[in-house]
Design a protein around this ligand. Sequence first.
Ligand SMILES: [Zn+2]
Length: 482
Amino acid sequence: MSYSQERASRLGHVPIVLSPAVADALKNWDIPSLADPDESEITARCVAVSDLPLERRPAPAFALAFDGSSQEVEAKAGYPSIRVGFFQIAGVYVDILRFLGAANDGLLDVRELERAQVTQTVNSVLPGSNVFVGGASGSGSLRIELERAFASSRITDFGPPFSLTDALLTIHGAPGSPASSIKLSKCPVCGSAGIGVGNFVDIEGSHCNEPLCGSPLYVTDVLRIYEEFAEDSSNVLTLTRAMNISERLLLVSYLDGFYRTSRKSLSNGLFITDGPLAVYGPIAPMKSQFSSYWEQLCAGLEREDLAPPLLVGIEKTGRFVDHAHAIREAILPGHVMMLDTPYVNRHIVNQPEDHFYGKDEFYGRRFLYRTTTGEVLVVTVPRVPGGPPYEKPSFDGASGFARQASESWESYPTLRATLESLDSLQTRLYPDAVIPVALAHSASSLPLGTGKSVLTLLAQQNLGMPQDSVSVSRFQFSRPKV
Ligand SMILES: [Zn+2]
């Protein structure tokens, strides 16, 4: 497991350039996220976790963490224009009580930890540039294979198979009650919104109702991942989008499974996703579906006098993580910092103070948490019982910006229990990480390094299959025992 090296390689393949030309240029450029704000600006926004509103709820009994990794490879050695993408996502179940029993002074009994976890992985192969399915175009091939990937990635932990497509329909419906069909805002082929009531598509697919088009439509077209497909260059971005939405839908598959079969257990769960509770690019409209699903889930549990589960996104990279490291010493251990929007605009994203940060992508709000051992976590937590996690800043006369409901601690009643749980799941083995996340990261990691040639070989074998020479979808499941 190479998690501990993660921070060292956060810049990925960007070399650290020591050229005088770069040093000169940097003298004239600003990096607001690394410029320490006044310490008072930070301390004024921090509170002790023990002073946060205390919600009456059971201590979490289990954690489910999700992570993914992806890689694009040459499908034919020596022909770099022919590409195939792989992604792998993993969900790791950790029995928290058993884990805490195994952890002693921050030292782990690895065998005991293994007994406390169950891993489930989903692997998927998607066509990249210059790989086609039947007579379809490049983006058409991606759409066909994405539909197949979602339909065939299924969990069976809660009874009948539940696929990523089922999860996608569920966030368009309600907890335990998937929508029977989804309306597409536009046809991926002709771009039309469709005639009459528009184009609806169910799990069986449909056809564009524009008479001159009639193209096949798939449920997964609602994600619009095809929009960023590059016909003749790298599709790393497309692959990342597919992986990220799959991670989030796999998490929904578990939320919904517990909701259907054991609501009390759902209340006892800590659900952790890699990255913020946000969706980017063409998938961004899905944030409304995630928000709506979450609100209905909270309301459904509330009707039975049950607390909502703990849901949190943890970021390992990005500008918020860098900023958190720049200011970490100003946050006392065991304290959490409210990142109000004017602060985010001024000190992290370099926007005007009234810029509406987070408007389009987020279904939770970011906080910085300094753990009791002094590590720093960037977490995203949803509002309960619901509501927008970010709002447009508004001036409040002479006193500056008004404090929004989305910037009030009371809007996040799960925050305290979430942070306290994450604190208890830290380990000295992995700085700035919590154990379930490190396990999910490890479980989802594609075999990099030597693995790249293995993946290339696999892609080539799939391409050479006579019965369906360009169809490259493949899934594996380990036996879940949740
Ligand atoms: Zn059409």
